[in-house]
Write a protein that binds this ligand. Structure first.
Ligand SMILES: [Zn+2]
Length: 247
């Protein structure tokens, strides 16, 4: 998308989205926001929560970062972006639902698999950013023998969501509200190619596909040989023929 396309998009938004919600936007500025749902999602351009959940202005309080990472509670006086958003969402907006949403093909999660000396140019910030999630790599790799890389990455994406939910509970003012039933935590995973949304079932700790309307049969997803597929990172180059098997 070029800058011209962005500005054309703005014209289209004013004519359609804004025009049809003009009263809503006026009300939102006059009265402020009051979303009841907070979503922590990946910055990935393919997984916009407002699009996936068909949400309008003022309905979702969203924070996005590389690989939807939720830090542990660390009140050390330093700047913590996600924690600041959580504090605002819980204490000011009083949201009642917090969703941690991961997705298929997450490059942040992939970065965990990269060698530190071979980081595809993202070793300065992405790799250190993902270091707090390193335990998911250990957990998945401990039973990954014979698994394809794609399978391992999918498991890591799910573990990353579980870790995010676990870390949310390290915030005492979230944990208290969860125990009182005033805030609920949810894990979700979005499969991009087929639009599959899976929810973490707290009873089984498994991700379960959310039922959805029938849609016409989808065309097969392009292979990594096609031009639409993202290039794998160097440590994952072996998977381009359909998924290497890790030892
Ligand atoms: Zn991602």
């Amino acid at each position: 998308m070029s800058l011209d396309q962005l500005l054309d998009g703005y014209q289209a938004f004013i004519e359609k989205g804004f025009a049809s919600n003009a009263d809503r936007y006026r009300q939102l500025e006059a009265l402020g926001q009051s979303p009841s749902v907070m979503i922590i999602a990946c910055a990935d351009s393919r997984v916009d929560p407002a699009t996936i959940f068909n949400a309008g202005p003022g309905e979702l309080f969203i924070i996005r970062n590389v690989a939807n990472v939720v830090p542990r509670y660390a009140p050390d006086g330093r700047a913590h972006g996600v924690s600041a958003a959580l504090e605002f969402a819980i204490k000011v907006l009083k949201v009642s639902e917090i969703v941690v949403m991961g997705h298929a093909g997450c490059s942040g999660v992939k970065a965990l698999l990269m060698d530190y000396e071979d980081t595809d140019g993202i070793g300065e910030f992405v790799v250190p950013w993902m270091a707090s999630s390193h335990e998911i790599l250990d957990r998945v790799m401990s039973h990954s023998a014979g698994h394809k890389v794609d399978t391992i990455l999918g498991q890591m994406e799910e573990e990353n969501i579980r870790l995010g939910l676990k870390n949310l509970m390290t915030f005492p003012w979230i944990a208290d509200l969860v125990r009182e039933g005033r805030v609920r935590l949810h894990g979700m995973h979005f499969g991009i190619a087929k639009g599959r949304l899976a929810r973490l079932d707290p009873a089984t700790d498994n991700f379960v596909t959310v039922e959805r309307p029938e849609i016409p049969a989808l065309k097969p997803a392009p292979t990594s040989h096609g031009s639409e597929a993202p290039a794998p990172g160097p440590a994952l180059a072996a998977q381009k023929d359909g998924g290497a098997i890790l030892p």
